[in-house]
Design a protein around this ligand. Structure first.
Ligand SMILES: [Zn+2]
Length: 327
């Protein structure tokens, strides 16, 4: 069973909102593309587990851990018996070569080395038994899982092959792991893991507010050409409708994702919505969806989660004026 959800990373969310609200630079576009491909790869990895079945296994997905002084990001961590398996998930496509410890694609050398990466992670996890208070020794196995069917790899040594699983073999591999089941030891080890999980510590770049296009946009096609009535926005490009309440929550979340360094204030949401909405309606919804915290003489709003669907759900979104959306 999956012990943790897999969500878009803070960084992916950030670049997706940025893309909605500004013209991305070359580097930003590239970063966003890589992040999206990575996330898609992770989702197809999860789907394969669902097909194979994982009821008797304990699988952490997409976690950040602090082990002694090291910070680790792990795509998938399987716990069974007194053994851990780290899976680094890669969604590469094309003709790759791995020779003399370096990777190249179509004869161009690339700087990323997923095998070295997964080995470093496994090496740090081994230290859990010293730092985490877990008495017994345990083993850490590691594999790089290449999930893309259009990935072709030539490897020079047998040793390197031991840590690589390509798409055609992935289901066999998962079935093999699933057969072993997580035993009683697994729950103690997974508790140890759980205690080391930390929030995503990635620092995001500061955004120049002058780049940001303010206003409300359509959640389906991204157009800023909307007409508003009292309860709903109507997209003049695709006809999609959203509630004003939903639009406000979206602006709050967008602001939180774009400017995590800044507190969310009413004036910032008024600004990001392009002064198109009644400020009392904004305030009403901020009180509903945010918590107010005192910061010195000022008060600032915070949100429990930047996952908009989750936020709507926990705060009791009223879909009375909603046509299709289900929360
Ligand atoms: Zn639209």
């Amino acid at each position: 069973m999956f012990l943790t959800d897999r969500k878009k990373s803070k960084e992916l969310n950030f670049y997706e909102v940025l893309e909605r609200r500004t013209a991305l630079g070359e580097g930003e576009r590239k970063t966003l593309k890589i992040l999206r491909q990575g996330f898609e790869g992770e989702q197809s990895y999860d789907r394969l587990w669902d097909e194979v079945g994982h009821d008797h296994l304990l699988i952490f997905r997409d976690i950040w851990m602090k082990v002694e002084n090291a910070t680790l990001q792990i795509d998938a961590l399987i716990v069974y018996g007194d053994r851990l398996i780290v899976n680094e998930i890669k969604n590469y496509s094309g003709m790759y070569q791995y020779a003399d410890g370096s990777w190249s694609v179509n004869s161009f050398q690339i700087s990323e080395d997923p095998v070295a990466q997964v080995s470093r992670t496994a090496g740090k996890l081994i230290r859990l038994k010293y730092g985490g208070g877990h008495g017994h020794p345990f083993e850490v196995d590691r594999k790089v899982a290449f999930v893309n069917p259009n990935f072709n790899l030539t490897v020079d040594t047998e040793e390197s092959k031991n840590h690589i699983i390509t798409r055609p073999m992935l289901k066999y591999y998962m079935r093999d792991v699933a057969r072993r089941r997580s035993g009683a030891d697994a729950s103690a080890l997974s508790d140890t893991i759980r205690n080391c999980i930390i929030e995503d510590p990635m620092a995001l770049p500061e955004v120049d507010v002058a780049r940001i296009r303010t206003g409300l946009y359509c959640g389906r096609c991204g157009s800023f050409k909307l007409t508003l009535d009292r309860y709903r926005s109507h997209c003049t490009s695709c006809g999609h409708q959203e509630t004003i309440e939903y639009q406000i929550v979206k602006a709050i979340v967008d602001y939180a994702l774009l400017f995590p360094q800044h507190p969310i204030e009413k004036s910032s949401v008024v600004w990001l919505t392009g002064n198109q909405l009644n400020s009392r309606t904004i305030e009403f919804n901020m009180n509903k969806y945010c918590s107010l915290v005192r910061r010195g003489r000022h008060s600032a709003y915070v949100i429990d989660t930047s996952d908009i669907n989750e936020l709507l759900k926990i705060k009791g979104y009223n879909s009375k004026y909603e046509k299709k959306k289900k929360v």
